[in-house]
Every structure is written in structure tokens, then in C-alpha cells.
Design a protein around this ligand. Sequence first.
Ligand code: FES
Length: 163
Amino acid sequence: MPDETQQMTQKLPAEFDRRAFFTKIGLGSLGIAAAGTVVFTYEFLSPNVLFEPSAIVNVGKPENFAVNSVTMDVNSGIYLVRADEGFFALSAVCTHLGCLTAWNQDLGIIACPCHGSKFTRTGEKIEGPAPKPLPWLKTSVSDEGDLIVDRSIDIPPLQYLRI
Ligand code: FES
């Protein structure tokens, strides 16, 4: 039968291992909490900036657009129309709930795929739930001779850009 000293010697490594284990767990928890604090502090101090594309769109040279053509720029959500009277730009965003409309060459209309609104190529509403016509956008010519559309400025309809 082992004496008391032998029992303590046998138990000591187990006690020591348990203490070391809990020490490591505690230090690990503190490390995770510190890392989380650093991450949240960094995110809190970082500016919440939303990078939006510019409202100014360079659509290119006027000679690239045939007379009586409707050209859609999907990326900027605009139509560049070259009519007999001159150039103009329309927003391609439906005035109902904001879906992107599409030019239907065969029917000669702009149609919204979401709820069926239809517009003429000058943006007037033909039918559907859209409450307003498609807005005309300010169009100008740059010093380099490129057509520039400013999506942030609506203009009254039928103001053609004559070049
Ligand atoms: S979003 Fe165009 S008709 Fe509803």
C-alpha cells in the first residue's frame, strides 16, 4: 500500500497540468477578447464612406451615334438618343419602382420589364403604373468634343442638344 507522500507525488503532475490548462484557457480568452476589441475599434474609427460612381458620364463622340438611334448605357442607366432635332439623354430608370428599362427597337418604345410601363423614346409615358415620364438629363459637349451627360441634373423635355 503506497504511503501518503507517494500519493501526493503521483497527484502533483495532474494538479499542475490542470492549473496550466486553465491558465492557457484564460490567456487564450483574453487574447481573443483583445483581438476583438482591436478589430471593432478599427472598424469604429474607419470612415463609413460610400463610393458612388460619378454623375457625369462621357458617352463618346457624337459621330458614333446614328441619326434616329437610341443607345442605352447599361452601366450608367441612361439612353443617349440622336433624333433629327439633335441629341438628348434620358434616365433609363423607371419612375415607378426604379427598375432598369430597355429599348425595344422593333416596337420603337422603352419598356419596363417589372410592371409593364411603356414610354416613348422621348420618355413620355404610354401606359403602365409609372407616375411620371422618364426624365431628360443635362447633356453637353466637352472641350474634346465628347458628349457629356450629367445624371444629377434633370432638364425640361424637348431641349435638344444641337451640334
Ligand atoms: S418599376 Fe417599372 S413599371 Fe414598375
